[in-house]
Design a protein around this ligand. Structure first.
Ligand code: NAP
Length: 182
């Protein structure tokens, strides 16, 4: 069984980026020693494949330095562009629906996916393929932007498992998705 998790930060009003994709509002929060890295490295250590949407891929590329040391799948309906040399070996560029992608990765031995990017997360949620969501809410209202959540094809129930409040003001909750009876 492949597990799929989301680890993501939103503004208090639910956005993952400004309308133009800017992430400036995520910067400048003073983390204390207790805050650490908000559990990011422990989470990253637990995953073996990162699945990102094409828009998130473009943002990551703009950082100038490829940040992942794991296999990355970029989802897109477009043909693959020339990928940066450093990342070439790690990236698989695919246009598969979430279920087909999970089956494809399971056949390769994948065990734990990190699913990232708003539309991508929404696609996996609607397909009933997300197991848990680690959601860090940043105490800021940005008024407009790219939403984490969107239209759903059915109600999706979640259980709040744990909530941590950090000195920076961020509040992180881990939710487990309740799987639908099929
Ligand atoms: N706050 C945070 O923690 C956080 C985390 C991640 C990302 N972000 C930000 O969020 C923004 C991107 O989010 P987003 O919602 O716009 O997009 P996204 O999910 O990153 O990318 C959307 C694109 O992914 C492709 N895609 C997704 N599922 C697909 C599927 N099953 N089959 C084929 N293609 C698929 C499509 O690309 P094509 O159009 O090429 O077909 C779609 O337009 C960026 O600004 C990024 O920096 C923020």
């Amino acid at each position: 069984m492949v597990k799929a998790s989301v680890y993501i930060a939103t503004s208090l009003d639910g956005f993952i980026a400004r309308p133009d994709g800017a992430l400036d509002w995520l910067n400048g929060w003073q983390a204390s020693a207790q805050d650490g890295d908000y559990g990011y490295q422990a989470f990253m250590d637990s995953v073996d494949v990162i699945v990102i949407g094409r828009a998130t891929f473009e943002t990551v590329l703009s950082f100038g330095q490829w940040p992942y040391a794991k296999k990355v799948v970029v989802l897109s309906s477009r043909p693959a562009p020339d990928l940066p040399l450093l990342a070439q070996e790690q990236i698989e560029w695919l246009g598969l629906a979430p279920r087909a992608l999970v089956d494809h990765l399971a056949a390769q031995g994948a065990q734990h996916l990190y699913v990232d990017g708003g539309k991508t997360v929404q696609g996996f949620l609607n397909a009933g393929l997300i197991d848990d969501i680690i959601l860090t809410r940043i105490p800021i209202l940005i008024g407009a932007g790219i939403p984490l959540f969107g239209a759903v094809t059915h109600d999706i129930r979640l259980h709040a498992i744990e909530t941590r409040q950090f000195d920076s003001g961020m509040v992180q909750t881990r939710y487990c998705c309740v799987k639908r009876e099929t």
